[in-house]
Design a protein around this ligand. Structure first.
Ligand SMILES: O=C(O)CCC(=O)C(=O)O
Ligand SMILES: [Fe+2]
Length: 218
């Protein structure tokens, strides 16, 4: 279960790029010292981190598509990371719990927001393993891919240019990915077909949706 969403306005993309261009970066291993697969760089400046994560969190907060797909309970402040030629992030599992200011969050969904145009760098696609198949994402600037944190994934080596992204993790109110997807589907169907339904039946459908959400959320 994954979703590609348009997330940022052109102005927000510009703002994130500007922040990244003028702030220092440090080795990504700093926050995951035991993860040998991680070879990238992340923003290393409190003020720049606060400003950029604020812009990104606001964009998530206004996205109805995000809310409908993720049922977000908590979202980690997004971190801008970059990959220059030779950098990559080998196949890895995300930690089940992510430290945040003021506590920790269970990673149910992982998310990459692309900040640079795909034509401006070579390599750097995100691969997510889904059973025996491999999904590959190299999105337009401002788009986000949200995928289930329970799958191995990797970032292909960058061979030219710079891959600039923001990454975050989401704790969902509906921890089970299949149940979450069923709620998403039901809501989509209700939105698409509901207006043509007899009102009494539409109310009954909504009752089922809300009761399933009560039963399946934590
Ligand atoms: O940069 C990406 O697209 C993914 C990064 C990642 O997998 C992670 O930070 O755990
Ligand atoms: Fe990851």
């Amino acid at each position: 279960m994954y979703r590609v969403l348009p997330l940022l306005t052109d102005q927000e993309i510009e703002e994130c790029r500007r922040i990244a261009a003028s702030a220092p970066f440090a080795e990504g291993r700093l926050t995951n010292p035991h993860n040998l697969a991680k070879q990238n760089e992340q923003l290393h400046d409190t003020d720049a981190y606060n400003r950029s994560s604020q812009i990104l969190l606001q964009a998530f907060a206004r996205s109805e598509e995000f809310r409908e797909f993720a049922f977000p309970e908590m979202i980690a402040p997004p971190m801008i990371t970059r990959y220059r030629p030779g950098m990559k992030y080998g196949a890895h599992a995300d930690a089940a719990y992510i430290q945040m200011p003021g506590g920790s969050l269970r990673s149910d969904l992982s998310c990459t927001v692309f900040l640079n145009d795909p034509e401006s760098y070579e390599g750097g696609a995100l691969n997510v393993r889904l059973g025996d198949s491999n999904l590959t994402f190299k999105l337009k600037a401002g788009e986000a891919i949200i995928y289930s944190s329970d799958s191995l994934h990797q970032v292909e080596p960058v061979t030219k240019g710079e891959r600039l992204v923001a990454i975050t993790f989401i704790q969902s109110r509906v921890p089970d990915p299949f149940k979450r997807y069923m709620l998403f589907e039901l809501n989509e169907i209700a939105a698409l077909e509901g207006r043509q339904m007899d009102n009494e039946n539409f109310q009954r459908l909504q009752l089922v949706q809300q009761n399933l959400l009560r039963m399946w959320s934590s």
